[in-house]
Design a protein around this ligand. Structure first.
Ligand code: GLP
Length: 241
């Protein structure tokens, strides 16, 4: 595990975007795992800048997003599908047909989960996965529990997650209570993982993670400690020495 501590949010965003750029230049048909939440937004802005100013080419890149709310239409501004187009896909030259996000509006959600795993497998797995972390240690929407899902699954969101994400909605009541999330296996099978964290609120979970002597399903992100190629990119604020 590599830990990079940078002075502020702008710097972690630049460092992460530069690492993504290096991977795309090494492998133009990269399969890139993307996250939502506020953490990677600066990275996406930086990727747009690298596309516009340095000609970073996304035309052969395939993307897989980690998760999606159940019940929101893909054109609902609160859906991750809409959000990703808004903050990244519409501003770079990625082929939208190569951008995948679980379908939270599917009539058969079980099938939607299974087919998502199949598409990831068919594309040869994820080369580089970008992750944020929830204050409760969740990654994607894999919430702390006595068991974690291996495969893409429908999950009930924790109250802490619903409260944390309510800032994007008009009220807490509007936040969907269930979501589809990639399971631990697709995430852990990614060849390289970058986990980013910024802000004081993340410091306690980051500290628990970096000091962990055990993995625990109650801290889903702790499973990343078993991964052979994971880099944590943290702001000084999120890293309490
Ligand atoms: C959300 C997402 C995660 C994200 C996390 C942290 O609920 N499902 O993928 O990493 O919570 O969000 P933020 O970056 O806004 O702190």
């Amino acid at each position: 595990m590599k830990v990079l501590i940078e002075k502020d949010y702008k710097t972690i965003s630049e460092v992460a975007a530069r690492m993504i750029k290096d991977e795309i230049e090494r492998k133009p048909n990269l399969t890139l795992g993307l996250a939502t939440g506020s953490t990677p937004m600066g990275t996406y802005q930086e990727l747009i800048r690298l596309y516009k100013e340095e000609g970073l080419d996304f035309s052969k890149v395939t993307t897989f997003n980690l998760d999606e709310y159940v019940g929101l239409d893909r054109d609902d501004p609160n859906s991750y599908s809409y959000h990703m187009r808004d903050v990244l896909f519409n501003h770079i030259n990625v082929n939208l047909e190569n951008t995948f996000i679980p379908n939270g509006k599917s009539k058969n959600l079980e099938d939607a989960c299974a087919s998502y795993d199949k598409i990831i497998r068919d594309k040869g797995g994820i080369d580089l996965q970008i992750l944020g972390i929830g204050e409760n240690g969740h990654i994607a929407f894999n919430e702390p529990s006595d068991k974690l899902n291996i495969y893409t699954s429908i999950v009930k969101l924790d109250d802490t997650t619903i409260n944390a994400n309510s800032r994007f909605f008009n009220s807490t009541e509007e936040v969907p209570k269930t979501a589809i999330t990639m399971g631990m296996s697709s995430i852990m099978e990614a060849r390289k993982i970058i986990l980013m964290a910024h802000g004081k609120k993340k410091a306690p979970i980051v500290k628990r993670l970096l000091e962990a002597k055990h993995i625990s399903t109650y801290i889903p992100a702790s499973l990343l400690l078993l991964h052979p190629n994971v880099t944590f990119i943290l702001t000084e604020e999120a890293y309490e020495a």
